[in-house]
Design a protein around this ligand. Sequence first.
Ligand code: PEP
Length: 255
Amino acid sequence: MSRGVLIAGNWKMNLNHLEAIALVQKIAFSLPEKYFAKVEVAVLPPFTDIRSVQTLVDGDKLKLRYGAQDVSRYDSGAYTGDISGPMLAKLGCSYVTVGHSERREYHGETDEQVNAKVKAALKHDIAPILCVGEPLAVREAGEHVAHTTDQLIAGLKGCKTDQLTKVVLAYEPVWAIGTGRVATPADAQEVCGALRARLAEKYGAEIAGDMRILYGGSVKSGNIGDLVKQDDIDGALVGGASLDAEEFTKLCAMA
Ligand code: PEP
């Protein structure tokens, strides 16, 4: 088992490329260089910012990683508005979120489409951050574990076993995203533990033990510490708090 902590900031549809440069500079220079040997920090800006972030990271040899928020299932072609794996790979993206609940809800993304995007990312050596999580009604019905483990298995369907440890999972209960209502560490651990157990059942304990599982949903500097203390939580996918350099670096420092 060789899992390291990952803190990934999902900027969603916020910040133009100039604002992105300013935020990345603040984050990179607020954290001491040795910090990055302990915790991996990534930012996931909108597509329009990625080239600027790449130039900054490469030029200043920053330890920060970066990625995108979506990827097409196709490599190229008549898919207006979409961005492909080869394009993201050329921009040096390490990560891409796939199946975020906002894309499932506002773009109608199905498990089948999410699965195709996971494979597209892996094909181009980009680590997919596969997001799963239940809406409030599912949790209230007590079906959150079944719901998220089903999303997990559907999302990974047909992936090559030797690529699985590159996949990062993010458990993001829909009711906790952007609401200020964070899952308790015990509730988050219940689901993250169940996800790992399901991975072990399907792919074996070694692969399951090597895969990173993040928690996402109203993570802040004040709650990250107790979340990452849980056995099966290896970091966080952070939305709102990743847009504020001071809060995000504080959060990273507490992880
Ligand atoms: C997210 O968008 O993935 C997220 C977890 O958002 P927030 O931290 O704002 O709840």
